[in-house]
Design a protein around this ligand. Sequence first.
Ligand code: CTP
Length: 395
Amino acid sequence: MNGKRILLIIGGGIAAYKSCELVRVLRRRGASVRCVVTASGQKFVTPMTLAALSEDKVYTDLFDLKDEAEMGHIQLSRQADLVVVAPATADLMAKMAAGIADDLATTLLLATDKPVLVAPAMNVRMWDHPATRRNVATLRADGLTVLNPDEGPMACGEFGPGRLPDPEAIADAIAAQLDPAAKPLAGKHALVTAGPTHEPIDPVRVIANRSSGLQGFAIAEALAKAGARVTLVAGPVSLPTPAGVHRVDVETAAQMAAAVDAALPADIAVMVAAVADWRVDAAPAKLKKEAGPPQLNWQKNPDILATLCASAQRPGLVIGFAAETENAADQGAAKRVRKGCDWIVANDVSQDPMGGAQNRVHLIHADGTENWDRMDKTQVAQMLVQRISDALCGN
Ligand code: CTP
């Protein structure tokens, strides 16, 4: 980041205190930082603090006569290499999406000809609200980079996605934006499914499988580290959400299918989940032993991967998984053609039972099969993401 100039716009939210640390991290990495604080941002951090940390003037007012005599807001918006909004509140993003320019921050954002990176932070319900989702989609469609907020306990006492990412993680995203080669998948949206599905039999029992979710979560993490925006649709597992990944929790195959559909469009899909092929008509009340062995009425579940491959919104690169107990490579190759995906990662679960830390996989594509050594699932994830980057970006 040496010599790069960042214009940092600080919105009004409790996470604004982290912007002070962000200034320090960016300067430590060699960037210069010029701060703009909104009126509500100043309720959380003072211009004095930011001036001391940035060693520069802090801008707060559109109608500062001296600055405006020199058309200050236009200059300010053009002098930077990158404009960063952190924290971006729901209100600020709504104004940006609508093109409203009613204070210095929003005027700069409308006037700038430089790339803009947005790090949102807000209450989980505000983040999940359809209006915010719409605004985020609009900003992304307009070419802005909008980071996913982190998940965890929030200042308001609720839990979920909405926390401002760690200043180091924001600085990584800024570095990636300034040097695209460092993050080959920057600007791509990757969709990952992971874990098992649970199909209810009655209110207390489910049909499940042994998938741990480890491989899918490792892939989601590796994709995020390569700069992709990642949506992880997770079946019932108790794994922590990888940093910067947007996680959607589901239980059943039908819910997973709906969540995958809702996450589209995507550039990459990696379908790692062990989806139950069958569900049963669930009993509304607990089945009692005295009634004898239950008659289960089996129904076929949607094939999420095959449906995705046949859809009008098919991602450019679709990768399926095949856990087999015999002839993994051959069965995987047939499955690749049957499902219509680009690659299949096949593994032999008779030797590496599901839930273990390692995997021995075959990567099957149209031109042949690569047999990879047995390795940790995190390494499988890194190698797969390297292949994805090579395929999509040619590097
Ligand atoms: N898959 C899916 N939806 C299903 C079943 C499977 O999306 N209902 C996906 C999995 O996520 C995986 C791939 O399809 O990427 C292969 O899953 P697998 O269970 O091996 O395939 P099946 O079609 O169920 O074949 P099999 O008869 O071997 O179980």
